[in-house]
Design a protein around this ligand. Structure first.
Ligand code: GUN
Ligand code: ZN
Length: 427
């Protein structure tokens, strides 16, 4: 057993529902078999458990590991493709790179870079958009198991309008997905997610096969994209002849409490109502939305309808793996919305990057905060001495202020150590 001594910040009580930031200046966290067994003032914890090793993490901040609810494995090397809207970016930046993962040697290298990128960013749990190639998805799960992160992912499927190498058939999509799920779903920390790319590239037959797979793999997740870009939305409306984008998934029973839809920048009120009724979550990806010019996310409307929202980095349209950066960008974009914007404070940002993600992924009983009974999935933010963040933290007026400084100035370089289930994970 180990006692971690640190300044601990987390958000066990939803700040969007009136909860406050939980901040303990000199806390002791007792970890037994990867689980938090006790927590309180360090002096009390040490006195109660005098024989245990103490890991001194004073200086910096101990936060829950981040939960990234939308990030693309095959796009690590596509990060930085600036200057294009969604459909052009897919065609010119993302999809040519994704096609390269047909080569398993290439895919294995990208899987290592991808898992390393998550760890470097302090992310311990992720809902990962996989590859169109089953062998590459298998390599991703293999690497996730080796590194130790909590990964939910699956085979990405499409049967129209993308380059030929990335297309499949309903039968093959089912068979390959089923085989991957049998191999990896519930194995270690891995879980399977049924993943049609977006309904623009998926006909009704393929979405039907997704319904079958979701039905046949117990407790599998569902993830896709929705309402990201005007041209995309108009094309989907034309292809399906439906009233709303959401109907293209909902008509195939793909929308429920284990569904996470990315973006939703331009939802109708009707769609928000249905998402709330189904208990589905939305992954908000602020740097991607800014970079592709997709728009300003209507967080206030999601909250008004009761649609759960968490953060996603959306690498590679997003600007890197750091959810500190995503949190800051989310704050900026709500500011830019003026009257329609939701005035985010630091506790909201931490919640969106941790406990909200755990909830979206059905993992709230295990991760998302550093309370007693949770797994010790954590990150120690400890800026190098003399950096601007180091100075800022040392002069912070209090925990909220320290957290604001961490989101404003923090980068992956400030993530010193990352734990999953009490074990250090290394990039
Ligand atoms: N819609 C369909 N595929 C993608 C993707 O790879 N990135 C983003 N941002 N949107 C998508
Ligand atoms: Zn995406």
């Amino acid at each position: 057993m180990t006692i971690y001594r640190a300044t601990v910040l987390d958000t066990p009580d939803d700040p969007f529902a009136g909860g406050a930031l939980r901040a303990d200046d000199d806390a002791g966290i007792l970890v037994r078999d990867g689980m938090i067994a006790d927590r309180g003032a360090f002096d009390r914890i040490q006195a109660a458990h005098p024989d245990h090793d103490v890991v001194d993490l004073r200086g910096g901040l101990l936060l829950p590991g981040f939960v990234d609810t939308h990030v693309h494995f095959p796009q690590v090397r596509a990060i930085g493709g600036l200057g294009l809207p969604l459909l052009d970016w897919l065609e010119r930046c993302a999809l040519p790179e994704e096609a390269r993962l047909a080569d398993p040697t290439y895919a294995a290298a990208v899987a290592r870079e991808f898992l390393s990128g998550l760890v470097q960013a302090g992310t311990t749990t992720a809902l990962v958009f996989g590859s169109h190639f089953a062998a590459a998805v298998d390599l991703l799960f293999t690497e996730a198991q080796r590194v130790g992160l909590r990964v939910t992912s699956g085979l990405v499927v499409s049967d129209r309008l993308l380059r030929d190498e990335l297309l499949t058939t309903p039968e093959r999509a089912y068979d390959e997905g089923r085989a991957l799920a049998e191999r990896w779903h519930g194995v270690g920390r891995n879980r399977y997610a049924v993943t049609p790319r977006f309904s623009l590239s998926c006909g009704n037959g393929l979405l039907d096969s997704c319904r079958s797979l979701l039905r046949d793999v117990e407790d599998a997740y569902f993830t896709s994209h929705i309402n990201e870009n005007g041209r995309e939305i108009a094309t989907v409306a034309e292809l399906f002849g439906l009233d709303t984008y959401l109907d293209s998934y909902d008509n195939h029973d793909l929308v429920g409490p284990r569904s996470v839809l990315a973006h939703n920048v331009h939802p109708t009120d009707g769609e928000l109502k249905v998402l709330a009724e189904r208990g589905a979550s939305v992954a908000h990806c602020p740097t991607s939305n800014a970079s592709l010019g997709s728009g300003l996310f209507p967080l206030d409307r999601h909250l008004a309808y009761g649609v759960p929202v968490a953060l996603g980095s959306d690498v590679g349209a997003g600007a890197g793996f750091s959810l500190l950066k995503e949190g800051l960008q989310a704050y900026f974009m709500q500011q830019l919305l003026g009257e329609q914007g939701y005035p985010l404070v630091p506790a909201h940002l931490l919640h969106l990057a941790t406990s909200a993600g755990a909830r979206a992924l059905g993992l709230s009983s295990e991760v998302g905060d550093l309370g007693v009974g949770k797994r010790f999935d954590a990150q120690w933010l400890r800026p190098s001495a003399g950096t601007t963040l180091d100075v800022a933290l040392r002069h912070a007026a209090g925990p909220e202020d320290a957290l604001a400084k961490a989101f404003t100035l923090g980068t992956t370089a400030d993530v010193d150590t990352v734990w999953v289930d009490g074990e250090v994970v290394s990039p």
